[in-house]
Design a protein around this ligand. Structure first.
Ligand code: TRP
Length: 341
């Protein structure tokens, strides 16, 4: 993938814009990641120059003490990216720490932002009682470096990341103002998906253990769906339900064509019981995930190939990053030997 040439799959219609997307290596991804992010990234790889970064340094902000899981988690995320349809021919898939320039730009950006700006962010406020390291405070600055290092125009994220993208744009603007116009001001590209809730009716998340991992078998998926929260007022078939408040119905809306006409009315009237409703979801969900799971199983058997993809991705990312960092040094007049005076 190079900026000058077109890809050989006929997708020469790529906009001349760059996307940077990032995800923490939390291990096997789940249905929430798939429907909330990855499906969208897969569409975007045909339209934009795309860099998909597995942000292992960001994961270190919380997991610095025990790093033994990191390698396995990075691997799982890489295979889930590809199983979902990210194509290493169309986008660069790479590990953040393999492109040292992320740390370099992070350091420079850290000069351009005040501590109170960072301590005010809700993401910091939420965790500061348990996590108050220098590195955690700088989490959004590193994220801004991830984005600006590729001079990205757009960043596909969930709404919870809006402030971080705004902060990246602000840092880009400030750098441009102080030194020389170097960076695009990146914009968030919000995904239009309903919030995906997990078994306990909270946001689906591995940390809540309410998720449906892509690596689950059909049987494990069935067990998880059976454990899902449903309308507490609907105890048995015949009781009227409230699909608009039910996390199972949210998933039906994604996986069951015609859910609004076929699932909601019989749930409301009581004709459709929760057990039957869940079993219909299980069948549709397993069918939709089958190709992802197949591809995943295939990749698990080829670890060398997966690590090669990540090495090639890092190579491409480094090329792009090196060009941007040259411009950064020129703008700041820290390209001492090359500078004219
Ligand atoms: N903060 C993001 C999250 O928690 C992860 C992330 C790190 C990211 N760097 C990024 C997302 C760059 C987009 C772009 O989801």
């Amino acid at each position: 993938m190079s900026e000058q040439t077109t890809t050989d799959n006929g997708s020469s219609a790529k906009k001349n814009e760059t996307i940077l997307s990032g995800m923490q290596p939390t291990g096997s991804l789940h249905v929430g990641n798939l429907e909330g992010a990855l499906r969208n990234w897969v569409r975007l790889q045909d339209e934009y120059w795309m860099y998909c970064c597995i942000v292992d340094w960001h994961a270190l902000t919380a997991e610095y003490e025990d790093t033994r899981q990191l390698k396995a988690n990075v691997f799982e995320v890489a295979i889930d990216f590809m199983a979902a349809g990210l194509d290493p021919e169309k986008c660069a898939i790479f590990i953040q720490s393999e492109v040292a320039e992320h740390a370099e730009l992070h350091l420079i950006f850290s000069m351009l932002i005040t501590v109170p700006t960072l301590t005010r962010l809700p993401t910091y406020q939420e965790k500061k009682d348990t996590l108050d390291s220098y590195g955690f405070l700088g989490y959004p600055v590193l994220q801004a470096a991830d984005i600006c290092l590729y001079n990205a125009h757009k960043v596909p994220v969930g709404k919870d990341q809006a402030k971080h993208i705004w902060l990246a744009a602000d840092l880009a603007k400030r750098f441009n103002f102080l030194y020389k116009k170097t960076f695009n001001e990146p914009e968030a590209l919000f995904t239009e998906v309903p919030l995906i809730l997990g078994a306990d009716n909270r946001k689906m998340s591995k940390s809540y253990d309410n998720h449906i991992p892509l690596e689950y078998t059909d049987k494990q998926t069935e067990k998880r769906i059976k454990s899902f929260y449903t309308d507490p007022g609907k105890l048995r078939k015949g009781d009227p339900g409230h699909p608009e408040k039910c996390p199972v119905f949210l998933l039906h809306q994604i996986y069951t064509p015609g859910a609004v006409e076929d699932i909601a009315p019989p749930c409301k009237s009581g004709q459709l019981g929760c057990v039957d409703c869940k079993m219909r979801l299980v069948a549709n969900l397993n069918e939709a995930l089958a190709p992802v799971r197949e591809k995943r199983a295939e990749l698990v058997r080829q670890p060398d190939y997966v690590w090669d993809v990540l090495a090639t991705g890092a190579e491409r990312a480094r090329q792009r990053a090196a060009g941007v960092m040259d411009r950064v040094r020129r703008a700041m007049k820290t390209d001492y030997r090359k500078a004219k005076k």
